[in-house]
Design a protein around this ligand. Structure first.
Ligand code: NAP
Length: 236
């Protein structure tokens, strides 16, 4: 693992906390950003809303005083669902702002620091909904499709700066975001039928994939959306 900060957004719990822990296990210096500022034990926590551009800029600048920034994992996000016929424009915009626009803004703000450190890796957490038609998930699916597009455009544009950009797109992973829904008997039997692996994923499985991408530093691999969904998204 290179010497330098890897910033993980939304790292106070769930997938983000697992990613932060996995990177730390691999020897990275990890900064955990979230609105609460809570961080897994032993890691540096910073309170920062990823929708607040000035707060993000201040957090990156503060970290850079304490060493180079070599990576960012744009993980902070929320899930919302509801019928499209009554989806309010403001609610659509708010989810796009958090799940997609913040990924672009944080990447743009990280860019000069990554260039200064000689390149780096950006991992954006998408979702397998980015390629599916999911009833009552219009805003969420659109936001995650945008994450894939942002990933591809940045990978192409910043390759010359030795910056690699990925989208890691999970299927159902057991976290606070969906724990109640996953616990119901109806969901569990549906998951057994629909997900070839037969169960939801665990945060540490996503974390180990992100950790590999960061640690292995495979220069010729960039721009891809990598699905980690127990083969759910390709199941006929
Ligand atoms: N769980 C799944 O099945 C699943 C599947 C596919 C994709 N994903 C994606 O994986 C990512 C993490 O999901 P999760 O399941 O781990 O969710 P989670 O358990 O609800 O955790 C969300 C994290 O994001 C932080 N956060 C939320 N809004 C924020 C904001 N405006 N600024 C900064 N931090 C913010 C939260 O901390 P604070 O509340 O302290 O801010 C928390 O640390 C999301 O992008 C989600 O869309 C999840």
């Amino acid at each position: 693992m290179r010497d330098g900060w890897i910033i993980v957004t939304g790292a106070s719990r769930g997938i983000g906390a697992a990613i932060a822990n996995d990177l730390a296990r691999r020897g990275a210096k990890v900064a955990a950003l979230s609105r609460s500022g809570a961080a897994p034990a032993g890691l540096r926590g910073l309170a920062c809303d990823v929708c607040d551009e000035a707060a993000l800029a201040a957090a990156f600048e503060a970290l850079s005083q304490d060493g180079p920034i070599t990576g960012i994992v744009n993980n902070a996000g929320q899930h919302r669902s509801g019928p499209s016929a009554t989806l309010k424009t403001d609610d659509f915009d708010a989810l796009m702002r958090l799940n997609a626009t913040s990924v672009f803004v944080a990447s743009r703000l990280a860019y000069p620091y990554l260039v200064k450190s000689g390149g780096g890796t950006i991992v954006n957490i998408g979702s397998f909904f980015d390629k599916l038609g999911v009833a009552e998930n219009l805003a969420y699916s659109a936001s995650k499709a945008a994450v894939g597009a942002i990933t591809r455009c940045l990978a192409v544009e910043w390759a010359r700066d030795k910056i690699r950009v990925f989208s890691v797109a999970p299927g159902y992973i057991e976290t606070d975001l969906n724990r109640e829904w996953l616990a119901s008997e109806r969901t569990q039997s549906w998951i057994k039928r629909r997900v070839p692996v037969g169960r939801p994923g665990q945060p540490d499985e996503v974390a180990r994939l992100v950790g590999c991408l960061m640690a292995e530093d495979i220069g010729f691999l960039s721009g891809e959306t990598i699905y980690i969904d127990g083969a759910h998204g390709i199941n006929h």
